[in-house]
Design a protein around this ligand. Structure first.
Ligand code: SF4
Length: 309
């Protein structure tokens, strides 16, 4: 990434712009089966307390300030055009020998957007960068997965309708607004996210030859208050897949983007869940299975759940 320059602030966030060297990058971990990851921004205004992406901040000061800055990759559209053309000519194979078994010239790439930012965080309403990237991608018909927690995605229904292989993963790690507020105070309400996924489902037509899929990713699984659990699970029937993933509370510092004191306070507040976290996870999973059984919803865990198919 080339050095960034300050731009106009947006809400709580200091905004800067940069010219990135690459846009389509090699995936690792849970999503390594995809050809590429695509992150239109660096940083994320939602600033979720558990966000592992904070660890990839440009410096320790910015890691501490996670949620209060965002860097716009101002050359993203131009880069994507170049990289998709280059890939089409199959040059990726030569440049990336590791990928040679996965990148075949006869199939479009698979792209995961995004892994270390939210492509529909608030700044996107001004920049429209994700929208522009979608407009470029649609001509190449990649297998595309969009991971977001923002209802702003509904703005782009006109473009989303044009993809043939698309999965929209809506992140909703808890069914309780109070818990959401404690762990990710700046993110949209759970109600707004559920409404957005239902809206997308209703408005993206089921065209022949198109496979548009909708997941709710409860990842990482945060506590859901017993009083909210059943009502929350019932609403998940709007998706065709629900993904759960254990929150590794034993992780150093517990919450990557919080101070240790904040993390300890949260863990204590939700001790009824975290003191027996394995049991809490298993109980929630069992409730999901029991309640969603009458519906056509697959329940998946961990890496398997992040696959397109
Ligand atoms: S929305 Fe995603 S990328 Fe943004 S802070 Fe939350 S977990 Fe991190």
């Amino acid at each position: 990434m080339v050095h960034s320059q300050q731009s106009q602030a947006f809400g709580n966030a200091k905004v800067s712009v940069c010219n990135s060297k690459t846009l389509l990058n090699k995936p690792t971990g849970f999503i390594n089966a995809y050809d590429f990851t695509l992150n239109p921004y660096r940083g994320c205004q939602y600033g979720c307390s558990y966000c592992y992406a904070a660890a990839f901040s440009p410096n320790p000061q910015m890691q501490q300030d996670w949620g209060n800055w965002v860097i716009v990759k101002q050359n993203a559209v131009e880069l994507l055009k170049k990289e998709l053309v280059r890939r089409n000519k199959n040059r990726w194979k030569k440049k990336n020998p590791d990928f040679s078994d996965r990148l075949r010239a006869d199939r479009p790439p698979s792209i995961y957007m995004s892994t270390v930012t939210d492509p529909y965080q608030p700044i996107e309403s001004r920049e429209k960068l994700t929208r522009e990237l979608l407009a470029v991608m649609v001509a190449y018909q990649p297998t595309l997965v969009i991971q977001t927690r923002s209802p702003l995605i509904t703005r782009d229904i006109d473009l989303l309708c044009q993809f043939q292989r698309l999965r929209i993963n809506m992140s909703i790690p808890t069914g309780s607004e109070e818990v959401k507020q404690d762990f990710e105070g700046r993110s949209p309400s759970i109600t707004a996210r559920l409404k957005a996924i239902s809206n997308l489902r209703d408005r993206i037509p089921d065209k022949q030859g198109h496979q548009i899929k909708f997941s709710v990713t409860i990842t990482p699984l945060l506590p859901t208050l017993p009083a909210d659990e059943s009502r929350f699970i019932e609403k998940l029937a709007v998706a065709d897949r629900v993904v759960i993933q254990e929150f590794h509370a034993a992780h150093r510092g517990f919450l990557m983007a919080s101070t240790p004191q904040e993390a300890i306070a949260l863990k204590q507040k939700y001790s009824w869940w975290y003191d027996r976290s394995q049991q809490s996870y298993n109980n929630f999973k069992e409730s999901l299975i029991a309640q969603l059984d009458p519906y056509d919803v697959e329940i998946m865990e961990d890496k398997e759940g992040f696959a397109y198919d």
